[in-house]
Design a binder for this molecule. Structure first.
Ligand SMILES: C[S@@+](CC[C@H](N)C(=O)[O-])C[C@H]1O[C@@H](n2cnc3c(N)ncnc32)[C@H](O)[C@@H]1O
Length: 203
């Protein structure tokens, strides 16, 4: 049985295994293999680079899911056929925003499961400015670092969001809040207005 770390487990928890799934930037394809163990049958594991795709191919064969996981070399979603749940995890918020922005098959039912390593505030601003809404966020803690996983859908309604929402989103995890507070303290040296959105931390 495949064991995912807390970060990828949080990503997996938002995925509907009875839908068409694509994991963009799959690297080792452990997440697609895990999802197949959970019952998924129609999964694309994609990456822009050949080396990660080779690692992905090795794992897909090792776990015996070659009939359920298609490997596709693609820059973002450029060469990906329509799917229902799009995962983009383990990349910077700006790159994730660019990849989501390149989606040509979005419907009201498409789920975007996004896990930014950096610049989450940029990703949240991008999502709302381009008609997406964050329905839920989940905190995760792996190898001593706090992360958020964002679940977003397309509504078509474009909105501006506050600085506070851009930085914290809907993630109420105390470890994530602590991490964002640290970022705001640093950023506040050049933009003191950000100091006012620092949140009270749990003792
Ligand atoms: C740090 S790994 C993350 C792997 C996995 N998604 C995770 O969260 O553990 C980032 C992966 O994204 C791939 N990548 C980077 N830019 C990409 C792009 N524009 N389109 C598709 N994959 C990309 C890289 O080749 C790499 O395999």
């Amino acid at each position: 049985m495949i064991r995912l770390d807390d970060r990828l487990a949080a990503v997996a928890s938002f995925v509907r295994t009875d839908r068409r799934i694509c994991d963009v930037g799959t690297d080792h394809a452990l997440l697609p293999c895990f999802l197949c163990e959970q019952g998924a049958r129609d999964v694309i594991a994609s990456d822009v680079n050949e080396m990660p795709l080779e690692a992905a191919r090795a794992n897909v064969e090792k776990y015996g899911f070659s009939d359920r996981i298609r490997l596709i070399r693609s820059d973002g979603l450029a060469d990906i056929p329509p799917c229902d749940d799009v995962i983009v995890a383990g990349m910077g918020g700006e790159l994730i925003a660019r990849i989501v922005g390149g989606c040509t098959f979005v419907t009201a039912d498409t789920r975007f499961i996004l896990q930014p390593m950096t610049r989450a505030e940029h990703l949240r601003r991008f999502l709302y400015a381009n008609g997406f809404e964050i329905t839920e966020e989940k905190g995760a803690y792996s190898a001593g670092k706090a992360y958020t996983v964002v679940l977003a859908v397309y509504t078509g309604e474009k909105r501006e969001i506050s600085d506070e929402f851009a930085y914290f989103g809907k993630c109420g995890d105390p470890r994530y809040i602590k991490k964002v507070n640290g970022q705001l303290e640093k950023l506040g040296r050049s933009d003191p207005s950000l100091l006012s959105i620092i949140r009270k931390e749990q003792p």
